[in-house]
Design a protein around this ligand. Structure first.
Ligand code: BGC
Length: 758
């Protein structure tokens, strides 16, 4: 059965008429001409709200025009009071931006972004952001700090959970979908949130996956990999960009003129607003780039950071920096202008107040259904030996449900859920009772107190429960707190004593199904050997339970694909599919037996190639991998022409057949390799994908069209070019796809403007 889709009919208040671009610019100029230097600098300050009241210092600051935005205020009455003070008691009556981390839902929590990425479904991702925007906007929030589109190739980094995974193309397409979901397709306005693409840029490349650690990224990797999703977000009209905490090649992102001015403004033409990350301007002196806050304010302002989040270096120093001639007043005008333009685009000046009655109720049946659909669409069936899944309620008399995550309403929500309400969560245990409790005897044992517990006090009861049952479903993985900002892990195996629990349960000889709830890929080589089926549910959100139950019992066929590689062991990290070949690429003949190291493959070494002695060089599960309850075959890949002119287009087609006994969704993935180029290119790169539905036995010819722009990359001279030559193109159901064809692109090297991308 396909993942069910619902239409969301909830209607926000009608849009106010938007001024055209020229009209907005005229209003920006008019406002600026009437503002004092201090009022302009006031627009650049983002300060914390008082949570449930308006503190006196905040009231005074807003009245005096010293605040442009607040964050973390979610009580609509308080937000309205803040807007009243801004619009009625400040001299110019400019309303406030009200920001919040609305990352994967609001009251209704959707799967973590990494899970949403597994859906390979831009429409679904857009719908999730739309629901989140409606629930947040009902509280007066008008700006979200999402999407997070940092390329994440190191699963030790806790923030992989917030990301859309390892691939620039997938992240670009899904990040743009999130922007459209938050901001609306047409124009910003009531019921929409200004989106904020973050963290610009390269944050995910932190050394050893340790949050906030330094990054060293060669410029062509920066441009080909890390910047690509940000460019797509800019092209999708993202209203704002947040700088990264990290040091990028010696200049922290918050003071990085190359990133914030050259690339973002000059090359891409971005005219929205740039906000610092929390306190990241003040931290420039901690990096050792400046001596003090005054120096930090000067560098950040001159580099292109418009608004300061949380710290006060702009408020304290910008005015005197202007008076002393160290920051030109024109710079302050540009910065304040970017903030005012964002407010005008939001329609805030026309409509500063929020009436919650204009919005659909939070966690409505419709929103919960959307969260359930999204959760089902994000679950990746990693392994399914001997058709262990789906379970058949008619043939099963009893089922053991074991693990600390089987019945934990909070942990299934994942990281960054400030406003998520666990009271709405439906846990797997509850959902399974509701789905099959009348037909199947369900026995529950927690096994471990938490995913981190080191004792085995609960093992005996868990083993007893397994022994009494026909099959076992283990709910293991990571609690929410084990991923997210500053929550990195050096060893990404199953935490605590969970692996020992798997062994104890496997020893019963019962069929073992592992449902993994996690914020990151885990290194599961040993665990995987002991389980018959493994379903990766990520942190699936409010409606994770019913979605899992639907998949376990076959109401829904799993269709999601890994947006990030699963290593066998932590030591393989970083491991990602779009690697470079190197001069001695690994081959299947590369393993040796050595004393003291467990041999993992029987082959003997036949040469020096790129591999580790103690582990296969392949991942446990590659990017794009995911099984279904049906099977798909690919045939007859072909290109429309073997030789294609540089200005032309090539159509690549393939026949996909559902060869199994069930209907199902397949994610058809197209990868390319530029076989010979002036700089080395990855061995495979995702360039297109399409989710299709095929009934049992159905066959469909799928076509993808590629132009020179789809084959472009930043070369040695940092120009976007497409070079002539041979290209290999694979189409299949994962990055491991074997079916390929080739074509030759003929003509002169094409140089493309940096402002366009495919
Ligand atoms: C995070 C940002 C977040 C901000 C506001 C920072 O610590 O890095 O991603 O938006 O806090 O909560």
């Amino acid at each position: 059965m396909p993942v069910p889709r619902v239409m969301h009919t909830a209607s926000p208040p009608p849009d106010v008429p938007q001024a055209d671009a020229a009209g907005i610019e005229a209003r920006v100029a008019d406002l600026l001409s009437r503002m004092t230097l201090e009022e302009k600098i006031g627009q650049l300050a983002q300060v914390s709200g008082g949570r449930d009241h308006v503190p006196d210092h905040l009231r005074d600051a807003i009245r005096e025009g010293r605040v442009g935005a607040v964050l973390n205020e979610v009580h609509v009455d308080v937000v309205n009071e803040l807007q009243r003070i801004a619009t009625e008691e400040s001299r110019l009556g400019i309303p406030l931006l009200v920001g919040r981390d609305v990352i994967h839902g609001f009251t209704t929590v959707f799967p973590i972004p990494l899970g949403q990425a597994a859906s390979f479904d831009p429409d679904g991702v857009q719908r999730a952001a739309r629901v989140a925007a409606l629930e947040a906007a009902a509280r007066g929030i008008n700006w979200t700090f999402a999407p997070m589109i940092d390329i994440s190739r190191d699963p030790r980094w806790g923030r992989v959970a917030e990301s859309l995974g390892e691939d620039p193309y997938l992240t670009a397409t899904l990040g743009a979908a999130m922007v459209r979901g938050f901001q609306g397709d047409q124009s910003l306005g009531p019921g929409h949130l200004a989106a904020c693409a973050k963290h610009f840029a390269g944050y995910g490349a932190c050394e050893s996956g340790r949050d906030y650690a330094t990054t060293s990224i060669p410029e062509h990797d920066l441009r080909n990999v890390h910047l690509r999703p940000f460019h797509a977000a800019v092209q999708a009209g993202v209203a704002s960009i947040m700088t990264s905490f990290s040091d990028v090649n010696g200049v922290p992102a918050t003071a990085n003129t190359f990133l914030l001015t050259q690339v973002l403004r000059e090359e891409w033409g971005f005219d929205g607003m740039v906000v610092s990350d929390w306190d990241s301007i003040r931290q420039l002196s901690v990096h050792g780039l400046t001596e003090d806050d005054r120096g930090s304010a000067r560098l950040a302002a001159c580099a292109g950071t418009d608004m300061e989040m949380a710290s006060h270096t702009y408020a304290h120093h910008l005015a005197s920096l202007v008076r002393d001639g160290e920051v030109p007043e024109a710079r302050i005008d540009a910065m304040a202008g970017n903030v005012l333009r964002t407010k005008l685009r939001l329609g805030l000046l026309e409509r500063p107040y929020t009436n919650p009655a204009d919005y659909p109720a939070a966690a409505s049946a419709e929103h919960l259904q959307a969260a359930r659909d999204a959760a089902a669409a994000c679950m990746v069936l990693l392994k399914n030996e001997g058709h262990t899944l789906p379970l058949a309620a008619d043939h099963l008399t009893s089922l053991a449900i074991i693990g600390p995550l089987a019945d934990d309403a909070y942990e299934q929500l994942g990281t960054w859920i400030f406003d998520g309400d666990a009271q709405h969560s439906v846990t797997p245990l509850r959902a399974l009772h509701e789905l099959v409790g009348d037909r199947v005897t369900l026995r529950y044992a927690r096994g471990c107190a938490t995913t981190r517990s080191r004792d085995d006090a609960g093992f005996a009861a868990a083993v007893e429960t397994a022994t009494q049952s026909d099959a076992v479903v283990l709910f293991l993985g990571e609690e929410a707190i084990l991923s997210g900002e500053a929550h990195c892990r050096a060893d990404i195996g199953l935490p605590g004593n969970q692996e020992a629990l798997v062994e104890a349960i496997a020893a019963t000889g019962k069929p073992v199904i592992l449902v993994l709830m996690t914020g990151r890929p885990l290194a599961l080589e040993r665990v995987a050997e002991r389980c018959h089926a493994i379903l990766c549910a990520w942190h699936p959100g409010t409606m994770g339970g019913p979605a899992i139950a639907d998949i376990l019992f076959g109401n829904v066929s799993p269709s999601a694909r890994l947006p990030i590689t699963f290593p066998r062991v932590t030591g393989q990290v970083p491991i990602y599919y779009a690697q470079k070949a190197g001069g001695k690429p690994p081959t299947h003949a590369s393993y040796i037996h050595i004393d003291n190291i467990e041999p993992r493959a029987p082959q003997l070494s036949v040469g020096n190639t790129s591999f580790h002695l103690d582990v296969l060089w392949t991942p446990l599960w590659p990017f794009g991998h995911g099984l279904s309850y049906t099977t798909f075959e690919y045939h007859d890949i072909s290109v429309s022409a073997a030789v294609v002119p540089m200005e032309g287009m090539v159509t690549v087609s393939v026949e996909v057949v559902n060869t199994g006994h069930r209907d199902g969704d397949e994610v058809v993935q197209l990868y390319i390799r530029d076989l010979v180029a002036s700089v080395t290119r990855p061995v495979k790169e995702l360039r297109a994908y399409r989710r299709i539905h095929l009934t049992s036995g159905e066959r469909q010819v799928i076509e993808f069209h590629l132009t020179a722009a789809d084959l472009a990359f930043y070369g040695g001279a940092m120009q976007r070019i497409t070079e002539p030559g041979r290209f290999r193109v694979w189409i299949g159901g994962s990055s491991d796809a074997q079916l390929y064809t080739e074509f030759e692109l003929r003509g002169d090297t094409l140089t493309l403007p940096a402002s366009t991308t495919s």
